[in-house]
Design a protein around this ligand. Sequence first.
Ligand code: G6P
Length: 367
Amino acid sequence: DAAEKGGYEHFMLKEIHEQPTAVRTTITPRIVNGMPDFASDGIDINKLSSYRQIFIVACGTAMHAGMVGKYVIEKMARVSVTVDIASEFRYRDPLITDKDLVIVISQSGETADTLAVLKLAKEMKAATLAVVNVKGSSIAREADHVIYTHAGPEISVASTKAYMVQVAVMYLIAFALSRETGHITDAQCAEFTEKLKNIPAVIEEAIGLKDRCQFAASKLLNAESLLYIGRGLDYALSMEGSLKLKEISYIHSESYAAGELKHGTISLITEGMPVIAVATQKSIVEKTISNIKEVKARGAMVILVCGKDIEVEDNVADIIIRLPEADEVLMPMVAAVPLQLIAYYTAVLKGCDVDKPRNLAKSVTVE
Ligand code: G6P
């Protein structure tokens, strides 16, 4: 067991450290002459860009990777994308047609609800694409097209590196579609792709924030409940941060679109309640900061995860975790790391069974 953990105390920590390599291994075969290219997966991007609508469907962490995909594909490629939880989607008579593309995302490739959605999409004659980590899994076998992520085996129940590579694939798809639909030029596409290629080094740097994250975690141990807030891509990321924390530390947490707080959730804020705010997107950072001030004024203990050069006045946050630099659009891959580490250290400091949290399974093959 100790040998398998490669010197780390837990698989989760080992897998967090494996993320730079996992991303490199996943994206390298899909970058040809500096451009995203899925020819080695047998996928024609021209065809992918011809669909009326894209549905991304998955469960748990994989669904959160899909959320990042939605924001990026819609923003860059101007193709309509909806994201759904598989167990919801399959029972709501979804409006899928033969003009649509259904992308399912799954680490294990065995999740029952996700597999059922894939079968349903095929029955309804939609094109299907699976983003899967486990070779030859049921979902991989069933889909018209497969993009394998190369995270390697993920042992920890709480997913880290599998999420990271799912998100990386979302970016490659978004860049390729944007180029294909003419929303970015070849030169811009090459530039984004180059930036994605550099992300593993930035993830490495973000892992260096370990001590700071452990310190932040030490402030959460007595919390009964906490909130994660953000806007846009930061909101998508907050969902994953919140899930990670509650899965392994058993502290109740909720993620909220920062602008929605005032419609109810802000009533939960009491003196000392931790709020983890993510603010990496410059165009909306001021809005998020003003939401942070609102929770701060009601006594919240704010941990702010933000970009290096984002201006924050004194007294806005109790703890600031400054991220290493990357293009704003790629920030979720960087900001995910401290959120994983905060969850990890909170669970460790609370003495929880980090790799095998109670009541959870790595792969859910029953409904
Ligand atoms: C389980 C795991 C989660 C995972 C979800 C979807 O609930 O505990 O970590 O995100 O299943 O799994 P999949 O294998 O389809 O990605």
